[in-house]
Design a protein around this ligand. Structure first.
Ligand code: MG
Length: 296
């Protein structure tokens, strides 16, 4: 945990205030003025990891989010590629096999084994955590949606969270919406399960794309607060493309206001597709988000 905190702090070198003084007059005590952006590996232009990191760095983006699949075998490759750069690993996006609420013990065991391998690698990379969904609607057979299952989930997450904590990282619950994951569809759902898991190693996140059932982006992030909010995903809000590609729909100011007020010091990471030329739209998106962060 100390490692993750230090990582987040060190990544704050590129602050918005260094780019613009707009809005300074409105700054309140305790406000975070730093927007730590991150790109998922898959959406970043470049043939090699080096090219991808060069591109990320060229935009002043400080986070890099790899997938969890095969991560254990890539620890040295990623560590070496990041050496001497201002870019750090943000979160690790899933990549395990099986799922935690599987009825079939063999599928649950597969989750336990592969998730723990990823957690160990995430810890070595100084990641803020490993993202997971307890069960997508399509994953069957799944334990029934009952109080007993919720208790079981919290117990299992407690053990997983303690394992993550011992490895210097966390498990990050990602809420979706009822069309994708009936079990966990609001940031508050995920935060409450993280609370009841009763481990410092269990956290949650918010994804602007999935947050369609939230009545308020601002309220959603605050429902987790800094105690539980460990990561944020972002995409355009009409088609899950790059922020800005859906025009006026792509307004994140309300959510950003909550992040600034709570002093959120982790990452806002791109998880999205692209309609236009990737380099062009990603560069424009970074400008748009910095502008909206300033306005928030
Ligand atoms: Mg996401």
């Amino acid at each position: 945990m100390a490692g993750a905190a230090a990582l987040a702090l060190s990544s704050s070198a590129f602050s918005l205030t260094s780019c613009s003084n707009a809005g300074e007059g409105k700054k309140k005590a305790g406000d975070s003025r730093t927007l730590n952006l991150s790109f998922q590996e898959g959406l970043t232009p470049g043939q090699t990891l080096k090219e991808k990191l060069d591109f990320i760095e060229s935009l002043g983006v400080t986070g890099f989010e790899p997938g969890g699949r095969g991560l254990a075998a890539r620890v040295d490759e990623i560590k070496n590629a990041l050496e001497g750069r201002m870019v750090k690993v943000s979160a690790i996006c899933a990549g395990f096999e099986g799922f935690i609420l599987a009825e079939d013990p063999a599928v649950k065991k597969l989750f336990d084994t592969t998730m723990r391998e990823i957690i160990v690698a995430a810890g070595k990379l100084g990641s803020t955590g490993v993202i997971m969904v307890p069960a997508f609607n399509g994953q069957k057979p799944c334990k029934p949606h009952t109080q007993e299952t919720r208790d079981y989930l919290c117990e299992q997450l407690h053990d997983l969270g303690e394992f993550a904590r011992e490895n210097g990282t966390t498990v990050i619950l990602e809420p979706l919406n009822r069309g994708e994951c009936f079990y966990m569809r609001l940031v508050a759902d995920a935060a409450a399960i993280a609370r009841d898991a009763d481990s410092e190693g269990v956290k949650c996140m918010g994804d602007f794309w999935h947050m369609k059932e939230e009545t308020s982006d601002y309220g959603a992030f605050w429902s987790a607060g800094t105690k539980y909010l460990q990561h944020v995903h972002i995409a355009s809000r009409g088609r899950r493309k790059t922020p800005g590609e859906d025009g006026p729909l792509d307004n994140y100011v309300d959510g950003f206001r909550a992040l600034k007020e709570m002093g959120y010091d982790k990452y806002v990471s791109f998880e999205c597709g692209q309609v236009g030329d990737p380099k062009t739209v990603l560069s424009a998106a970074v400008d748009l988000l910095r502008k909206q962060w300033d306005e928030a």
